[in-house]
Design a protein around this ligand. Structure first.
Ligand code: NI
Length: 393
């Protein structure tokens, strides 16, 4: 089997892959609302004659190729978009106000469909089962956990899993990842400071939650700078502040929210505890009280299996050249791919998509984020090669 041929075939199908991606890009859907997106996935799988199950984790789709027997490996793409208003100049710009594929999940879905086509053409060579996971709700909804809990890693049991994310820090034609912890544990925090509202001209008759909120925000900065081991990594970012309606009224409450991140779950839980203690005590010192809540499902760190990453490096070097395969440091972004690698060995890889010549330089989650589409057939080929290589071991 020639990996180079897989890449050549993927490039020959580039227009088809890019076409799917552009359709997805025009109609972005937020977490657990990926109705049209999963319909497009199912329609495409129908065209290719690939069996699938739908309605997993609400809008998820799981397709199956190969023998249906062990060994079984999984390839994963996420499908959801972000509540961002697109500001790019591309002709296939989002047609939905306030929603945008600003994290490249449109590319991930299209690349996995590209891999489905490549693998369908080679199905007789598959000595085992390839499961394609099209999952909802990566952007905070823990769709990966829901898919896992609904059994997508079972019957036959998945032995290894692979996922790609577009990576604007790397140029097209390259990839980057690492053995061990690659992405952070991440979760949301909401802090409500309760005071006593009243006339702003008579602060002595009120308990001002605005001043207290300001102190809480400032004090939280000392957790990373003064409490965390300087050789360890953590992030606490307060990103929203809401309180008050009128310039002459002291409000009753101020609400803050933000994100907490660390490279291990223990460290993450410790940061959560410190935030809770410090916010409560700073509030109490100012006659206020604080309610600290951790909403949603915290994402564990994404930990790559060393053997799987080593295998990926081998076939990626054959496809792209050894110098195009980078060992990169961990980043504090979070990914619900982590829920799969908690259970089975796997590897999550950054796919280079930047190209200065075409203005593809903005980072993900930016309203001007653009992808160099020449990377898409490479992504499809990497998925397909992962399946072929893993099943021929
Ligand atoms: Ni993403």
């Amino acid at each position: 089997m020639s990996f180079q041929q897989v890449l050549a075939d993927a490039r020959a199908q580039s227009d088809w892959i890019v076409g799917l991606r552009r359709t997805l890009h025009r109609f972005p859907e937020l977490m657990y609302e990926e109705v049209k997106t999963s319909q497009l996935v199912c329609d495409t799988l129908d065209q290719l004659g690939i069996a699938y199950e739908r309605g997993i984790a609400v809008t998820g789709v799981v397709a199956t190729l190969g023998t249906g027997e062990s060994p079984c490996i999984a390839l994963r793409a996420d499908m959801d978009a972000l509540p961002i208003h697109e500001e790019t100049d591309v002709p296939f710009r989002s047609e939905v106000d306030g929603k945008m594929h600003a994290c490249g999940h449109d590319c991930h879905t299209a690349m996995l469909l590209g891999a489905a086509k490549l693998l369908r053409e080679r199905e007789s060579e598959l000595r085992g089962t390839v499961r394609l996971l099209f999952q909802p709700a990566e952007e905070g909804g823990a769709g990966g956990k829901r898919m896992r809990d609904e059994g997508v890693l079972d019957n036959p049991g998945v032995e290894r899993i692979f996922g790609l994310h577009v990576w604007p820090k790397l140029p097209t034609g390259t990839i980057g990842s690492r053995a061990g912890t690659f992405l952070a544990a991440a979760g949301e925090v909401e802090i409500t400071i309760h005071g006593k509202g009243g006339h702003a001209a008579m602060p002595h008759l009120c308990i001002d939650p605005v001043v207290t909120a300001a102190k809480v925000i400032t004090e939280l900065q000392t957790i990373i700078s003064r409490n965390l081991d300087p050789l360890d990594s953590g992030v606490i970012s307060i990103t929203t502040v809401h309180g008050g309606e009128a310039y002459n009224v002291i409000p009753e409450t101020v609400r803050l929210s933000g994100t907490i991140r660390a490279l291990t779950m223990d460290r993450f839980r410790w940061l959560q505890d410190r935030v809770k203690t410090l916010a409560s005590q700073v509030a109490a010192a100012n006659d206020c009280s604080a309610t600290v809540e951790f909403h949603g499902e915290a994402y564990p760190p994404t930990v790559n299996d060393a053997d799987v990453w080593s295998d990926v490096q081998d076939f990626a070097a054959e496809l792209l050249g050894r110098e195009a395969v980078h060992e990169i440091p961990p980043v504090m972004g979070g990914e619900d791919f982590a829920f799969y690698t908690e259970r089975v060995p796997g590897c999550f890889v950054g796919l280079g998509v930047s190209n200065e010549a075409t203005g593809c330089t903005y980072h993900v989650h930016h309203p001007k984020f653009k992808v160099d589409e020449d990377a898409l057939p490479i992504g499809s080929a990497l998925h397909a090669c992962f399946a072929l290589q893993s099943l021929s071991r």
